[in-house]
Design a protein around this ligand. Structure first.
Ligand code: COS
Length: 381
């Protein structure tokens, strides 16, 4: 067993860290405050090969393994969790699923564009009436010759406004429950798609999150991902992979909050010494550091299982739960260590807490992750 990153993994991690420090950190507070989408940063990440990290080179990707991917995503999230999730939705939800399930037409015309960063992707599963109970979706597609006609609505779509195409699951045989669902790639400029007003969110405010109204949206049959009827399973398997991107986001936030707290504790003087000397503060630092180290190992283990061709559904869910809860925990403790200053926008830790909370909610709430974990542990799959 070797816990060290390989030379290549370490090089990619350093590239991600340099990018985050030089390109993301300078504007991160302003983008949060003014809800500015980091378009230029995403374009540069595309040029660096970070938008298709786990896609093979044949389809325009960088061909990295998943350990490299989560390591890079952690570095982005350590500084800018918004940019991380924009990137990770494209990488580990959309690109992963299209490479695994898409036909050559889809790979040539969509995957290549997403993987090179020419296009940005979004993932559409949730609807106003179906969140955790994803199979309860009611958006439909009806076949009309060589086309399918989609009607319905999707919401909570990360990248929904700034993307170029959606990976979207809908009911094509409403009588057959989840077995009557099909996944399509739908270009954003397809007539009949109305994009709602971006949600005004507590955190990850540089991302756009929108709802979509779909009225007679015509999509060629060639844009079906996998087989008709397999849509739900394709989306759930994409989420197994995507959840590692969210876990990396949580881990990066936890690490960023930890570093800010450690730094502040060594600067702030009370009772004649820096507060890093006080046991109450030291305990917090010890607990944060322990959780972060455990979170990182769990996430890299899940990623290693995926890279090794082993099942990773349970471990990805565990990593998502543990890393996201470490994020909220560390951000809260970092604020506590900063005292009143931590509760203001003069320090980054208040943003880190706002950014942390969503990691416990999206790509499957932590309550859903625990269902997934328990089913797997109890062998009830
Ligand atoms: N990958 C592939 N297939 C999977 C799967 C996975 N991870 N998990 C389950 N499936 C399959 C099952 O094998 C089953 O197939 P068969 O009917 O052929 O046996 C099918 O999917 C349905 O599974 P199940 O009966 O377990 O579905 P449920 O409706 O009970 O839902 C949960 C299972 C709750 C786990 C699922 O709905 C879920 O993950 N919900 C959260 C959705 C989510 O993450 N939303 C966030 C969207 S992005 S912001």
């Amino acid at each position: 067993m070797d816990f060290r990153l390989t030379e290549e993994q370490e090089m990619v991690r350093q590239t991600a860290r340099d990018f985050a420090e030089n390109e993301l950190r300078p504007g991160v507070a302003e983008r949060d405050e003014k809800e500015i989408f980091p378009r230029e940063a995403i374009q540069k990440l595309g040029e660096l090969g970070f938008m298709g990290m786990i896609v093979s080179e044949e389809w325009g990707g960088s061909g990295f393994d998943t350990v490299t991917y989560v390591t890079a995503m952690e570095e982005l999230a350590r500084v800018d969790p918004s940019t991380e999730i924009i990137c990770s939705v494209n990488n580990s939800l959309v690109c992963y699923a299209l490479e695994k399930h898409g036909n050559d037409y889809i790979k040539e015309n969509f995957l290549k564009k997403f993987a090179t960063g020419e296009w940005l992707g979004a993932f559409c599963l949730t609807e106003p009436g179906s969140g955790s109970d994803a199979a309860a979706m009611t958006t439909t597609a009806v076949q009309d010759g060589d086309e399918w006609v989609i009607n319905g609505a999707k919401n909570w779509i990360t990248n929904g406004k700034n993307c170029d195409a959606y990976m979207m699951v809908v009911k094509t045989d409403p009588e057959s429950g989840h077995r009557g669902t099909t996944t399509f790639v739908v270009p954003q400029d397809t007539p009949g798609i109305e994009i709602g007003k971006p949600e005004e969110k507590m955190g990850i405010r540089a991302t756009d999150t929108v709802s979509l109204t779909l009225q007679d949206v015509r999509v060629p049959a060639a844009n079906i991902v996998g087989k008709p009827g397999d849509g739900f399973k394709i989306m759930l398997s994409a989420l197994d992979s995507g959840r590692m991107g969210v876990a990396a986001q949580g881990l990066g936030i936890a690490q960023g909050a930890f570093e800010a707290a450690v730094k502040y504790s060594k600067e702030r003087v009370q009772f004649g010494k820096t507060i890093s000397h006080f046991q109450a503060i030291r305990n917090k630092i010890a607990d944060m550091g322990t959780r972060i180290t455990a979170a990182r190992q769990l996430l890299r283990y899940a990623a290693w299982r995926k890279d090794s061709g082993l099942s990773f559904n349970q471990e990805a869910a565990m990593a998502k739960v543990y890393c996201s809860e470490a994020a909220t925990y560390c951000a809260l403790e970092a604020i506590q260590i900063h005292g009143g200053y931590g509760y203001t926008k003069d320090y980054p830790v208040e943003r880190m807490l706002r950014d942390a909370k969503i990691t416990e909610i999206y790509e499957g709430t932590n309550e859903i992750q625990r269902i997934v974990i328990a089913r797997s542990v109890l062998d009830e799959k």
